[in-house]
Design a protein around this ligand. Structure first.
Ligand code: HGY
Ligand code: MN
Ligand code: MN
Length: 421
């Protein structure tokens, strides 16, 4: 947990980051993508390895020693004066969703490297060491279970998750072996909490609040809890031209009611988000009544009790829909991550720096999940949000202005300096 060291109210000489270098690096990483539309950089892929090589090079240029841990997290270490003191961990994730944006995760890693680069450039050696981390898989877009990299670091990755499969049937273990890794060494990623004084993550807000209040940055007070389920609805396939509608057991029609039930529940409660993001129809041909449907549902709230009761209510609604239509509906929990409160101490340091940069000490709740959720299980966490255009994310048009990138990275640099003084 965070050491009781006071944060020295130091008058820090004003250091400036280089926003053009950050922007140029973000553009370079955006080209490490499997798709031309948006950014698709799934974990343990050829694109993610190209990105790792670029990031490792930039870490070295910033004076860091670079290594990969047992879950392919990329870690750069900038030695402090006291090499044995608990380190400050700073970073975010290097993977993306499918056809996502350039900044989600990436901005936090590139900004952290830029902050250390600036310290290194000015020959500033912090009292404790700083480790910049690029987590290998936060989104879960490939293996459908999230925070793989950060949960490996905190010791919360279960061995059976190595058998999680991607859409091509490749397991996480096989994907690791294809990169020359030994999947059974994933436990080498585990860190001793006593060696970490805290984790700071800079991330785009992925929401509209900072834009609405007209401010480049904010502090994060808490991160919504999230549950991910897969579901399978089974009915009976048949001839699209001959089976009368009232006799059908149409799995897709049932799924349509399920999707609308989720939307209706979430529309009636502003602290609840429910999304059916993926749906597969079987056999999936135009002249056959769908006999089965598989899909995913993502349920979130900052209030864990509300999220749990919403899950129970949703499952009951789905069972009633299935019974009325002669279908069978089964849910499988894929992940369940409780809501996380950020460290009051780290958040105060962030809001102090916001004020020193002429901004209001704004605190926001994050509806999006972040690696900070996992790190909170072993150390204090703090997050800095940076405004993004229209609050848009997980979309090719995700955008952050160079001015906000500069402001956010300078805020991160000053937070790092206060916490490592
Ligand atoms: O899904 C999320 O909230 C995050 O982007 N992984
Ligand atoms: Mn994301
Ligand atoms: Mn993210």
């Amino acid at each position: 947990m965070f050491l009781s060291r006071g944060v020295q109210q130091m008058t820090m000489p004003n250091l400036q980051v280089d926003p053009s270098r950050i922007v140029q690096r973000i553009e370079e990483l955006a080209r490490c993508s499997a798709t031309k539309v948006g950014v698709t950089r799934l974990s343990f892929s050829e694109e993610s390895e190209r990105a790792n090589q670029l990031v490792a090079q930039w870490m070295k240029e910033a004076g860091m020693d670079v290594r990969k841990d047992g879950m392919n997290n990329l870690i750069g270490r900038y030695e402090g004066k006291d090499r044995d003191a608990p380190i400050l961990l700073v970073g975010s994730h290097l993977d993306s969703v499918v056809e996502g944006g350039k900044y989600d995760g990436i901005l936090g890693v590139v900004a952290a490297i830029e902050a250390v680069h600036t310290l290194h450039w000015h020959g500033i050696r912090p009292n404790c060491s700083i480790e910049v981390v690029g987590f290998s898989d936060e989104e879960g877009a490939r293996f459908h279970t999230t925070l793989l990299g950060s949960r490996a670091m905190t010791g919360h990755l279960r061995p059976e998750e190595l058998l999680a499969k991607d859409d091509q049937g490749t397991t996480l273990a096989e994907a690791m072996e294809q990169l020359g890794m030994n999947p059974h060494h994933y436990r080498a990623a585990v860190r001793d909490p006593r060696t970490i004084r805290g984790y700071i993550e800079l991330h785009i807000e992925q929401g509209p609040v900072l834009e609405q209040i007209g401010q480049a940055c904010g502090a994060v007070s808490g991160i919504a809890g999230q549950s991910r389920y897969t579901f399978r609805i089974e009915g009976k396939s048949g001839h699209a031209g001959t089976v009368p509608i009232q006799w059908r057991k149409d799995a897709l029609a049932g799924a349509a009611e399920v999707i609308l039930a989720a939307e209706q529940m979430a529309s009636q409660c502003d602290q609840l988000m429910m999304t059916v993001g993926k749906l597969s129809v079987f056999p999936g041909v135009s002249n056959v009544i769908p006999g089965a449907v598989e899909g995913t549902v993502d349920i979130r709230s900052i209030d864990d009790e509300l999220r749990k009761s919403a899950i129970n209510e949703f499952v009951r609604k789905c069972e009633n829909i299935a019974q009325r239509r002669g279908l069978v509906c089964r849910f499988t929990e894929v992940m369940d991550s409780p809501a996380v409160l950020c460290s009051g101490h780290l958040t105060n340091v962030i809001t102090d720096v916001l004020k020193e940069h002429g901004m209001a000490p704004v605190k926001l709740v994050s509806g999006a999940g972040h690696d900070a959720m996992a790190l909170a299980s072993i150390t204090d966490v703090g997050m800095i949000f940076v405004r993004c255009k229209d609050g848009l994310s997980h979309h090719p048009d995700e955008f952050v202005s160079v001015e906000d990138i500069e402001t956010g990275t300078n805020v991160l640099l000053d937070v790092i300096r206060k916490l490592t003084a």
